[in-house]
Design a protein around this ligand. Structure first.
Ligand SMILES: [Zn+2]
Length: 320
């Protein structure tokens, strides 16, 4: 009998022990879950979802923006423009605040256009936010109304162009000459005779050119058609104005040479530098005759993506 009572007591104690263990386990699991929840509430994901960004938006934001900017989003109201700008092909994260500012002042301009304009500094006036051209980029250097060449900059590998390929007195960089000759010969095979009308221009020469335009036409017109000294691509030795024999520069667009170049110049590394639909980006009136050497690879990309060199430079060179 006594043995049986002991057995029963043991059974009862085991039961209580088991219940205590189960309760402990439940408590631990609950605790872990609470802790996990607490931790999740500290994440960017949770905080952004709380701001009403969708799950897709959040993964995009986490993928494309830095922590500093994410903190800023967490501290401010939901803004649907953020994701719209991030989704733009040429989105540059360091420009996001400038896109938003531009949008606020120009609500009728498309997101795509705003990205293009801001990337190429068009949220500042021409000649306003200027910096010296990074000439270490060599044949990919950018010279425009925001990037200037020093007064002393003269390319060191320039050669004279023979009269078979240019009107008198033209100099261009050595690599370009080979490419231009290849291109001109290919055009010639199609009965098109093209020559270099104007090429390298010294700082002082550009200065005189702009000054004389300014005196005769005023500053606005001078700026529309000519670059100020230091801001001309012709000083880089990488730009050429092309002419067709027996045709004026102004009529170049109407020549077979122009049509041929439109289809083929990129294959030789040349791009039309100031296209008709990019005047607000390049800051220059359309020039059907002004070509710029950038190499075959870059010229092909610019041709395929239908962007200006200014846009290419901002996104593919400066952004990397
Ligand atoms: Zn030109």
């Amino acid at each position: 009998m006594a043995k049986k009572r002991v057995k029963l007591r043991l059974k009862k104690e085991a039961k209580i022990g088991l219940i205590v263990i189960i309760l402990l386990i439940i408590l631990i699991i609950f605790g872990i879950n609470k802790y996990k929840e607490y931790q999740y509430h500290q994440t960017n994901e949770y905080k952004l979802l709380e701001k009403n960004y969708s799950k897709d938006d959040v993964s995009l934001i986490l993928d494309k923006l830095d922590q500093d900017y994410i903190n800023k989003l967490i501290d401010s109201d939901y803004n649907d423009n953020i994701v719209k700008f991030i989704n733009e092909k040429y989105f540059i994260k360091n420009n996001l605040d400038r896109y938003l500012a531009y949008f606020n002042n120009n609500k009728n301009v498309s997101y795509t256009k705003i990205v293009s304009l801001v990337n190429t500094n068009r949220d500042s006036d021409y000649y306003e936010k200027i910096k010296e051209t990074d000439v270490s980029k060599d044949y990919l250097m950018l010279v425009n109304k925001y990037n200037y060449l020093n007064e002393d900059f003269i390319p060191n590998d320039m050669v004279n162009v023979s009269l078979s390929y240019a009107f008198s007195g033209n100099k261009i960089r050595h690599d370009l000459l080979d490419k231009f000759v290849d291109m001109a010969n290919a055009a010639k095979a199609n009965d098109i005779l093209m020559v270099i009308n104007s090429s390298y221009r010294h700082f002082d020469e550009q200065k005189k050119l702009w000054e004389s335009r300014r005196l005769s036409q005023g500053t606005d017109k001078a700026d529309q058609y000519a670059a100020r000294a230091g801001f001309s691509e012709h000083q880089s030795g990488l730009a050429i104005d092309i002419a067709q024999y027996n045709s004026s520069e102004e009529d170049f667009e109407l020549t077979p040479a122009y049509n041929w170049l439109t289809d083929n110049s990129y294959k030789y590394g040349f791009i039309l530098r100031y296209p008709k639909d990019k005047e607000d980006i390049t800051g220059f009136s359309y020039e059907s005759w002004h070509y710029r050497y950038v190499g075959v690879e870059v010229a092909t990309k610019i041709h395929n993506e239908n962007i200006s060199f200014d846009e290419y430079y901002a996104y593919y060179i400066e952004n990397n």
